[in-house]
Design a protein around this ligand. Structure first.
Ligand code: PGA
Length: 295
């Protein structure tokens, strides 16, 4: 049995793109699906922020199972023909080229999980943003909390990686998030602000940046913040982004940390949430597509 235990065939009946009614959250410029914005500005903001559902496969996947998963996802995405949301998978570096090939023409996007700040050189074992681009990637995750913790990545390292992504023509997904002790100390918003200011390079804009808010204590634990806590964090992130880019209202902010099919609709409806960064649940085609459907 590979890593895709519980993988199911994708059922078209689960995947029809549904028109989403305007919700109360639309007043916070949340993507509401279709028209009906109360002001012209709100309408255009809503349309600008197309939800992004990104799968972070982490260090999971050997070729056969990973390709089977990618093919199921590509078939699901192609069948539904979503134009109002984007789906992205970030497999291990060894599989980016093969998954990009399997996804070609389907609309499923492929990204890396990390990159080096330099384009090339004597950095044994590292992968550059240019290499990811060359392999077919469109995005790269930078500053995931596991890399911040395991590899000592600081905000300035993350920022250099985000700049490397731009240099290569990739969109960085910059991850930030507080630890449990920081949350318990009441420091969540200030931690997010510090990480954001340190990790987002000058020149950020809606078209070249995605930010993922991932509370460290929610990753892989089955625990999630409340919807109000997610909304408060995202509103603060957008406010801080306002000082870093003139385009803050258009930047997509993803929530990540124990997102699954059963809680996706609620989390994705939180104010200022424009998609999800999904770990464990992205390893199952039906579950990942169900999360995408909830966006
Ligand atoms: P999880 O991981 O969905 O398994 O909690 C999320 C992430 O680390 O990006």
């Amino acid at each position: 049995m590979g890593f895709l235990t519980g993988r199911h065939a994708y059922h078209p009946s689960h995947g029809q793109a549904t028109k989403r009614p305007l919700t109360a959250n639309a007043t916070t410029f949340r993507y509401a699906g279709y028209g009906m914005g109360r002001t012209g500005r709100e309408f255009s903001m809503a349309r600008t922020r197309r939800p992004l559902i990104a799968g972070n496969w982490k260090m999971n996947g050997l070729k056969a199972d990973a390709l089977a998963l990618a093919k199921d996802l590509a078939a699901g995405v192609k069948q539904v023909g979503w134009s109002d949301r984007e789906l992205l998978v970030c497999p291990p570096a060894t599989l980016v080229a093969a998954i990009a090939e399997a996804a070609r023409g389907s609309g499923l996007l492929v990204g890396g999980q990390n990159c080096h700040a330099k384009a090339s050189g004597a950095h044994t074992g590292d992968v550059s943003a240019e290499m990811l681009k060359d392999a077919g990637a469109t995005h790269v995750i930078v500053g995931h909390s596991e890399r911040r913790a395991d590899c000592g990545e600081t905000d300035s390292i993350v920022r250099a990686k985000a700049e490397a992504a731009w240099r290569a023509g990739l969109v960085p997904i910059v991850c930030i998030g507080e630890t449990l002790s920081e949350r318990e100390a009441g420091d969540t918003l200030s931690v997010l602000e510090t990480q954001l200011k340190g990790s987002v390079p000058p020149g950020a804009a809606a078209a070249n940046l995605v930010v993922a808010y991932e509370p460290v204590w929610a990753i892989g634990t089955g625990k999630t913040p409340t919807v109000d806590e997610v909304s408060a964090a995202h509103a603060h992130i957008r406010k801080v982004l306002g000082g870093l880019t003139g385009d803050a209202a258009g930047v997509r902010l993803l929530y990540g940390g124990s997102v699954k099919g059963s809680n996706a609709a609620e989390l994705l409806a939180a104010g200022d949430v424009d998609g999800a960064l999904v770990g464990g649940a992205s390893l199952h085609a039906a579950e990942f597509l169900a999360i995408a459907k909830a966006a």
